[in-house]
Design a protein around this ligand. Structure first.
Ligand code: AMP
Length: 429
């Protein structure tokens, strides 16, 4: 099946051709005709499936083939995303796919000066791609007019809810017109997503590509058991042995990301950290340096990495497993994107065994274990509770799951053992 059969117009097909896409991805095949038929959709699709083009292409088509309901000045389409990075990427896609059309779009997110956004909005834009917080600032300043929005897209809606944006979203929804086409994208289905979609969508068509909570099949996964104190050494070994040039590494905390970055630099491996404490400019620069090959390793926390889109990112390393199993699926979704093969390696110490069990339960698969002779874990080391440290109580941090709490409880009993207290373990705080 080619793009030409989907009912897209010539300027859009030309932009697709410029991108070198020869065939629509499964989500695009399913979503594009439904969106063009003016139906609401609830789409279960992870990042890496081509979902952005799945909604952007038909959106551009509908905007270009219908007349605005109101004068030029007002916004016709609103795309909400959970993070600045995702907003920037979706904005870039709108530009790329719409380059032969004459729509104006604005990317609205916090952490940067508001004045350029005000100027842009004053001149009039057709499409706004925004994170909820800064959009609300504009709404309260009356610098944006959303009363004539015809299309609403919620991208990575599950993540927006996880990040505590539900009230912001409700406030935004309250000022949008009732009559509009709404597209809701979510990698996972939870009760909250169901509630939101029941409220928001009008007889939606359900579209599901990779089953939710299933890890992408084009990703080769492996677990490398290793002691906590030897993780960094193993990471350096893997990077050097494999001559990896572009590696995304996940840590659980911002402090852990900073520390690992410094350590890798000392080991002669260029690295940069990306997390919520970095300014937007620092985050954008870090991502650009990583994308253009100036740094080999990008060390990221879950929230910061959400939405990072790097074509054919070959290696994702879980330096520490996430305490929320769904985050594992999101993390490894950074690699093996749109058809290319990727590798996701998790460095797992004894403290994390319960996290691993929860992840394997969620993905309904055992992840193959690779035992490296030189890095075999010391069998005398006992599990210790994992300190959630610096992330506790921050926006975006979900409460740790019950089993994680159980683990901490169980592990406490082993804390007094001479081995564990002398284990010299480092913790991220
Ligand atoms: P997304 O899931 O929207 O984050 O897209 C993941 C990646 O797939 C992006 O880098 C897109 O450029 C790429 N992509 C989207 N559609 C196609 C397609 N039909 N063929 C090949 N690559 C695509």
């Amino acid at each position: 099946m080619s793009f030409t059969t989907l009912g897209l117009s010539a300027p859009i097909l030309k932009a697709i051709q410029d991108q070198g896409y020869t065939e629509p991805t499964p989500i695009q095949k399913q979503a594009i005709p439904v969106i063009l038929s003016r139906r609401d959709i609830l789409a279960g699709a992870q990042t890496g499936t081509g979902k952005t083009a799945g909604f952007t292409l038909p959106l551009l088509q509908l905007l270009s083939t219908t007349k605005p309901t109101k004068p030029k000045q007002s916004v016709r389409a609103l795309i909400l995303t959970p993070t600045r990075e995702l907003a920037a990427q979706v904005g870039e896609s709108v530009e790329v796919y719409g380059k032969y059309l004459s729509f104006k779009s604005a990317i609205i997110f916090g952490g940067v000066k508001i004045n350029p956004q005000l100027t842009q909005l004053r001149r009039g834009v057709d499409i706004v791609i925004a994170t909820p917080g800064r959009l609300l600032d504009h709404i309260s300043q009356k610098s944006i007019d959303l009363k004539d929005v015809e299309f609403l897209i919620l991208d990575e809606a599950d993540r927006m809810l996880d990040m505590g944006f539900i009230n912001d979203i409700k406030k935004i929804l309250a000022i949008l017109p009732k009559q509009k086409q709404t597209l809701l994208f979510s990698a996972t289905y939870s009760e909250e997503i169901k509630k939101l979609s029941d409220k928001l969508l009008n007889s939606p068509v359900l579209i599901e590509v990779a089953r939710p909570n299933r890890a992408s099949e084009s990703v080769k996964q492996a677990v490398y058991p290793v002691d906590q104190v030897r993780k960094r050494e193993l990471l350096v070994h893997l990077i050097n042995e494999g001559k990896w040039q572009q590696v995304l590494v996940f840590t659980r905390t911002k402090h852990g990301a900073n520390r690992l970055t410094g350590q890798l630099e000392k080991d002669g491996i260029t690295a940069v950290a990306i997390h919520g404490n970095k300014s937007q400019n620092a985050r954008t620069k870090a991502l650009a340096d990583f994308k253009n090959g100036e740094v080999r390793v990008l060390v990221a926390t879950d929230i910061a990495a959400r939405g990072i889109d790097i074509d054919q990112l070959p290696h994702v390393i879980n330096y520490e497993l996430p305490n929320v199993p769904e985050d594992y699926v999101h993390r490894i979704g950074r690699t093996g994107r749109a058809g290319s093969e990727g590798e996701a390696i998790s460095l797992v110490c004894i403290d994390e065994h319960e996290y691993l069990a929860n992840i394997e339960k969620l993905i309904k698969n055992d992840i193959p274990k690779v035992w490296l002779k030189d890095f075999k874990p010391d069998p005398t080391i006992k599990a210790e509770p994992i300190n959630q440290g610096g992330n506790r109580g921050q926006k975006g941090q979900r409460p740790s799951n019950k089993s994680g709490g159980g683990k901490a409880g169980n592990a406490k009993s082993s804390q007094g053992s001479p081995k564990s207290s002398s284990g010299g373990r480092r913790r991220d705080k």
